[in-house]
Design a protein around this ligand. Structure first.
Ligand code: SAH
Length: 226
C-alpha cells in the first residue's frame, strides 16, 4: 500500500472514531504528507496512529492528537497562529494548510518556536520540501516567552506539556476572541488538554481529555534539570 492509501485509511478511521469532524481539518490531514516529516527509518510507520521519535529525545504526536488539537482551534483562513514546539514541523504544516484552505491569496501565517536548533533546522527543511515554507516561519528559542514580535495571535497551539500555571505570555499574546490549546499538568505524568478562550474580561477554560506530552522546558515552563 502506498503512503496516500495509508493516509486515506487513517483519516477514515479518525472520522469513524469521531475525532476528525470538520471538512477543512479532514482535508488538511489528507493532504499533508506525514512521512515527509519523519526520520528515514520511521517513514514506513507514518500512518500508524502513534507518537514517533524524531531525535533530541522528542516525539511527533500521534495523528489523533494533531486532529483533536486542530478541531479545538477552529482555524480559519487568514488566522495568525503561534505554535510552541515545532518538533518535526508536521503540525505547523497542518496549520498552514488550514489558513490557506481553498484560498490562494491567504494573509495568515504560522510562527512556530523550537528550543532545539537541530530540530528547528530539520523542520525548516521538511517545510521547504513540502512547500509550506511560504506560510510558516520557524524560530529557534524559548517558546514559553511566546513571540511578542508578531503578537497578538488568533490562535496559540502548545505541543509540549506546560506546568499547571499557564505561561503568562500565552495569555497576553492571544487576541480577544482567540483560542489557546495547551496540555498542562505534571512534568512526566498525566496531563490534561485545555481549550482556553480569551474573552473581553476573562478566560473561558474547557478541559478536553487526558494526554501525555513531552515537557515544555523554559523560563515559564519546567526546569531542564529536575
Ligand atoms: N508539534 C510537533 C511535536 C512537538 S514535540 C510536531 O508536529 O512534530 C514537542 C516539542 O516542543 C519538542 O520538539 C521540544 O523540543 C519542544 N519544546 C519544549 N519546550 C520548548 C520551549 N520552551 N520552546 C520551544 N520548544 C519547546
Amino acid at each position: 500500500m502506498d503512503y496516500i492509501e495509508k493516509r486515506e485509511r487513517l483519516v477514515k478511521n479518525l472520522v469513524e472514531r469521531k475525532i476528525l469532524k470538520t471538512k477543512n481539518v479532514i482535508h488538511a490531514m489528507l493532504v499533508v504528507p506525514r512521512e515527509e516529516f519523519l526520520p528515514e527509518n520511521a517513514k514506513s510507520s507514518a500512518y500508524i496512529d502513534s507518537p514517533i521519535s524524531i531525535g533530541c529525545d522528542q516525539t511527533i504526536s500521534a495523528p489523533h492528537m494533531n486532529a483533536i488539537m486542530c478541531e479545538i482551534l477552529n482555524i480559519e483562513q487568514d488566522d495568525k497562529i503561534l505554535e510552541i514546539g515545532t518538533g518535526s514541523g508536521y503540525h505547523a504544516a497542518l496549520c498552514a494548510e488550514l489558513i490557506s484552505f481553498k484560498h490562494k491569496d491567504f494573509k495568515g501565517h504560522v510562527y512556530t518556536i523550537e528550543r532545539y536548533k537541530e530540530l528547528a533546522e530539520k523542520a525548516k527543511e521538511n517545510l521547504k520540501k513540502t512547500g509550506y515554507d511560504n506560510r510558516v516561519t520557524v524560530i529557534e528559542g524559548d517558546g514559553t516567552l511566546g513571540y511578542p514580535e508578531k503578537a497578538p495571535y488568533d490562535k496559540i497551539l502548545v505541543t509540549a506539556a506546560s506546568p499547571e500555571k499557564i505561561p503568562v505570555p500565552f495569555k497576553t499574546q492571544l487576541k480577544v476572541g482567540g483560542i489557546l490549546c495547551i496540555p498542562a499538568g505534571t512534568k512526566n505524568y498525566i496531563q490534561r488538554l485545555y481549550k482556553i478562550q480569551k474573552l473581553e474580561a476573562e478566560f473561558k477554560i474547557k478541559e478536553i481529555t487526558s494526554v501525555r506530552f513531552v515537557p515544555l522546558i523554559g523560563q515559564y515552563g519546567f526546569s531542564d534539570i529536575d
